[in-house]
Design a binder for this molecule. Sequence first.
Ligand code: MN
Length: 746
Amino acid sequence: MGEGVPAPLDPLEQFDPEREDVACGPDECLTLVGAFDRVRQAFLEHHPQGDLELLERAFRIGREMHATQRRKSGEPYFFHPLAVAESLAHWRLDAVSVACGMLHDTVEDTLMTQAQVRAEFGEEIAEIVDGLTKMSKLAFTDKHLLNAENVRKLLVAMGKDVRVLLVKLADRLHNMKTLGVMREDKRRRIARETLELYAPLANRLGMGSVRMQLEDLAFRQLEPVSYAKLDTIIQAKQEKLSDTVEETRQLMEAVLAQNGIKAQVDCRVKHLFGLWKKMDLQGKAVEDIHDWLAYRIICPDRPSCYTALGLVHSLFKPIPGRFKDYISLPKDNGYQSIHTSVLLDSGDAFEVQIRTRGMHESAENGIASHWTYKDGRIANRSEINQVAFLRRMVELHQDSKDSRDLVANLKGELSFGRIQVFTPKGDLKSLPEGSTAIDFAYAIHTEVGHRCYGAKVNGRMMPLRQALQSGDRVEILTRPDHKPSRDWLSIAKSAGAKSKIQAFIREEERKHAIQMGRERFDRELRTAGLRFDDPELKPRFEQRLKDIKQASWDSFFAGVGFGRISIPKFIDPLLPEPERNRFKGESKKAVADAIVVDDTQGVLYYLGLCCKPVWGDDVIGYITRTRGVAIHRENCPQMQSESLHPERRITVSWGPTSKGNFDTELALATEDRPGMVAAISEAVQKLGINMQRFHAAASEEGGGLFHIALRVRNREHLLELTHALRRVKGVYSVERVRGSVFGKIK
Ligand code: MN
């Protein structure tokens, strides 16, 4: 901070309410001191010998930097960093993390620079604050919540020091608790991001309590009606059954004590989002909720957990199929507990979770619960596992060119629970829930994955598609000549398997493109009267290759095969003057440069006439033998045909801007009334669109039926148009037509 900053003081000293440069009023200052005192207390509880001086310094400077700022609610801004720091202290994190909580918004929101943070607090804190600043700059837009580049940056920042993520989670938790004053669209966006990204990340770090808080807070924002309804129903049940619930609790505690187990039994309502999601999945109404209640038995040690389980099952009727032993087979995020569900006499079901004190703390606070250091690094097996997940994601995608895969894979990786599966030798592999033998094969080795043609599960042949269960013993059958196919992408669930299959298929597609490109090139050369193996032409061919900036013949042939390199362009300069341009027009494009394949523009392609894609539609590409890439809408029935070669299907996307116009046709069903035609054409013209063709008929039901062919700039333009048409009085429906109606109407 240089000369402007006073030497460290007793942090309370500067809160002289008389001080003039303090932007908040005296009461607020005292409250700030109170808030910092809570941070200190929480921190000291877990770190009696901790670095208080650092916290005091962070408090003083953070408060100074944020002095004049206020939150939307009107309170001094610094309350927010203090609340974040308090959470971190409660999570038992170290002084560095807690200090970062107080400083996390300084570089982002105040005049303080990265260099000043480094000068004042050293490299470690500067790096974490830098990671946080970068994260908050990531622009999450509504459409692409998890934009690929952002996710990559995020993972890199978190992978370096997981405390970046921990501070971010505390930040997000407090922001979610204080969303009330924000605009609705902003609130919803933040809530969605919380649900899709931060809650799953908290889960992966084993921080169950944070995950549930985040989910419930987001649920409340996103589905206020369902949330309120569920909340009311559960509260009513709680009141009605409160006596039974308490009696049951005491009964369990007493029976356990009689059997020599000094256990603590708690009871709580399950978290609302979890209940709601389950009902939603099963298509149940909120009123039908039964298993809303959970008891938790904290046992003194591991063996007594199993004794307790036996006692619970002798007291109540267990529900078959609901028993899970995560003590013997912990979840991948380290979670350990025995789960079972039983029935009360009242007919209400409840869940019982049995675990030791240590397991309980891990389950609540995950990575934060046994935070131990060696030189600032985490030194504990389960933590390393939890963090390894972040690094693995980064590594998996380091060389991947297509960053869209990363986003899809990360979402998959985050949204599943984990299962544990045995190899024939008894080794355990951990996989996302829903994983299949293909995931398992790739978890063993890439080559085992590529060559896998079948699997034996628990000694019996099973289809590759079948989901594995925790505890399954799986044997993979391989054949040297076997290869992955594109439909494996829908069978595989784990990020690892998916990215390896994707890489393999891309390579296959490339080989195929090289072969096709080579054949086409030979053919065109012959037409032009040239031969590739002509020794006299060889140097000129090589020169042309350099001219068009291709590193090798393979990359040239691949380019031709994918349709992104034009053969006439290559050949023309080799021909005598009068012969040139003979191919002109061959590579005429429907709309110049609108399509991108593998990050490359200038691909030879055409838009499918069957579905008429317009810029912005979800599209896929299909490599044709001679006309480059055919572009179809993703749901085009032509592309579902069995006779297509799956390996020629490729991912394509639209270029950054739409140039030119796209043909499209609409069908309108209307009321039969005079003036309908005029009203429709007026609506179309208002948007600056000229109708190419127009056809009106009476429908069988006695209404009007119109077909219009027109050109639009892009999908948004088209949507604007359909909206406008739907608003025209007397229009019942507006549909996009597949193919051309005008071909059939005479
Ligand atoms: Mn913040």
